[in-house]
Design a protein around this ligand. Structure first.
Ligand code: UD1
Ligand code: CA
Length: 466
């Protein structure tokens, strides 16, 4: 965190329901770019101030919004009735007015803002004589935004809302982005003067420039070049747009770090995911949650890797799902494999098509190349699991473990009824149902012996003709 000339307090307004979202969930709980809208804003705020100086105003679904915040130390202020953006800050007075320095107000539905932009806003506020600085942007179509009214010297006289503006005011293309940095002392001295004298009977925070101006202070506006950065989310179309922008930002960062993305626009990478140099990600792959991928890896088309760790040289085939698993150096998995939860696949092991793993450890160089279910299993190094092998780990009440010793060979279509141990170097004959432990180096046969009836078919055909 950069040292600010003066302490900074940040208030994030997030009490609104967001009617235009047409949702049963509070607006700030919706996700874009892999995080809730509110968490984006909090993460940005944390780069500017310590958690103890960050406060979120909650109202609609306050409890759920609070629980969604993963950062410890953040303060919450409850606004039980949403009487406007000015009211939302005002009710925090008791918790906030004692905090000196600067007060920055952010909106919870405005997640694209960059830390650099906010740093410039704070700097302008700290260096100049103004009582406050607001963020504005020139917009082709500023419909819905407050318009910034300036005097001849460029100071802000007022911010006029869409609903209240005269045609001349609404013709102004400079829009209020809803982000402010005030001198805390002056702000608290005057915030009580906001009146709900508008058709909506709301307390508008946007009245502050006019109030401060009247009291003989100046308010400045800092223009940003790209209004998209301050895009506020009011409906689902804007949510989709913001998601696209976040995904694009992450992809650009990944590309810049030396990763190849094939048809990048189709690939989804969550913010916390890390991918090593020279790895290749194929179209429509999704790298989600806290996933770490090493160097020289390949993730196949349409695969989903979430909350997993892949060492270097790991190859994931197409249409493969890997969840909460660790894959060591050189592992191959897929195409069409599912590593469902908490698996640990050691170096060089191969998991082939239509193989499902659950809570299973595969030893070094072990192979399960086709059509198998391996659950709650510990499989030793160099074990070969034949096609169609199933661990019967569930008896209807409890899950049981299967252990298979190093170098064992499990023939195709074996049914391994757990709890079960198969010794090192043992063989299980194809098609066996194994219910008893198999000693090391033994051959286990668990199937009916084959019987051949000579000439049977020929006799049958003769019988049919006569
Ligand atoms: C606001 C600004 C407008 C600006 C625009 C930028 C006001 C009056 N208007 O309009 O000038 O151009 O943002 O996006 O401020 N909130 C509360 N409690 C309330 C009311 C709102 O916490 O009582 C929160 C909302 O949850 C939301 C934020 O404040 O996160 C902004 O409210 P919203 O109703 O979206 O304001 P806009 O109409 O977009
Ligand atoms: Ca808004």
């Amino acid at each position: 965190m950069e040292v600010m000339p003066q302490p900074l307090t940040i208030v994030i307004l997030a009490a609104g329901l967001g009617t235009r979202m047409k949702s049963r969930h509070a607006k700030v709980l919706h996700r874009a770019g892999g995080k809730t809208l509110l968490q984006h804003v909090i993460d940005t705020a944390l780069e500017l101030a310590p958690a103890e100086r960050i406060f979120v105003v909650v109202g609609h679904q306050a409890e759920r919004v609070r629980e969604s915040v993963t950062t410890p130390g953040i303060g919450f202020i409850e606004q039980t009735e949403q009487k406007g953006t000015g009211h939302a800050v005002l009710i925090g007075r008791h918790a906030l007015a004692g905090l000196d320095g600067h007060l920055m107000v952010l909106y919870g539905d405005c997640p694209l803002l960059r830390t650099e932009t906010l740093r410039r806003l704070i700097a302008q506020s700290a260096e100049g004589a103004a009582a406050g600085v607001l963020l504005s942007a020139m917009m082709e179509d500023p419909y819905g935004y407050g318009r910034v009214i300036r005097d001849s010297r460029g100071h802000v006289l007022d911010v006029v809302e869409q609903k209240a503006g005269t045609p001349e005011q609404l013709a102004i293309k400079e829009a209020n982005m809803g982000i402010y940095c005030f001198r805390a002392g002056l702000f608290w001295e005057h915030v009580g003067e906001i009146q709900p004298n508008n058709p909506a009977r709301e307390y508008y925070l946007t009245d502050m420039p006019a109030i401060l101006h009247r009291a003989g202070h100046t308010v400045e506006a800092m223009r940003i070049d790209d209004p998209a950065e301050a895009l506020g989310i009011n409906d689902r179309a804007q949510l989709a747009e913001v998601d696209r922008i976040f995904r694009d930002r992450k992809r650009r960062a990944v590309l810049a770090a030396g990763v190849t993305l094939i048809q990048p626009e189709t690939i989804t990478i969550d913010p916390a995911a890390e991918i090593g140099q020279d790895s290749i990600i194929e179209p429509f792959a999704q790298i989600l949650g806290k996933t770490t991928i090493g160097e020289n890896c390949r993730v196949g088309a349409c695969s989903i890797v979430s909350d997993s760790t892949l060492a270097d040289e790991v190859h994931i085939g197409a249409f493969t799902i890997v969840t909460t698993s660790v894959l060591e150096h050189g592992v191959h998995a897929g195409p069409y494999a599912r590593l469902r939860m908490e698996n640990h696949v050691e170096a060089g092991a191969h998991i082939g098509n239509f193989v499902e793993l659950k809570k299973t450890r595969m030893g070094k160089g072990a192979k399960a190349n086709h059509l198998a279910y391996l659950g709650d299993s510990e499989i030793g190094a160099r074990v070969n699991i034949g096609a169609g092998t199933i661990t019967c780990n569930y008896d209807g009440l409890k899950k049981h473990r299967t252990g298979i010793g190093e170098g064992a060979f499990v023939g195709s279509n074996s049914t391994l009824v757990a709890p079960l141990d198969i010794g090192e170097g043992a063989y299980v004959a194809a098609g066996s149902v194994i219910t008893q432990p198999v000693p090391p180096d033994a051959l286990a046969l668990g199937r009916a012996r084959q019987e051949n009836k000579e000439e049977w078919a020929k006799k049958r055909r003769k019988l049919a003709k006569s």
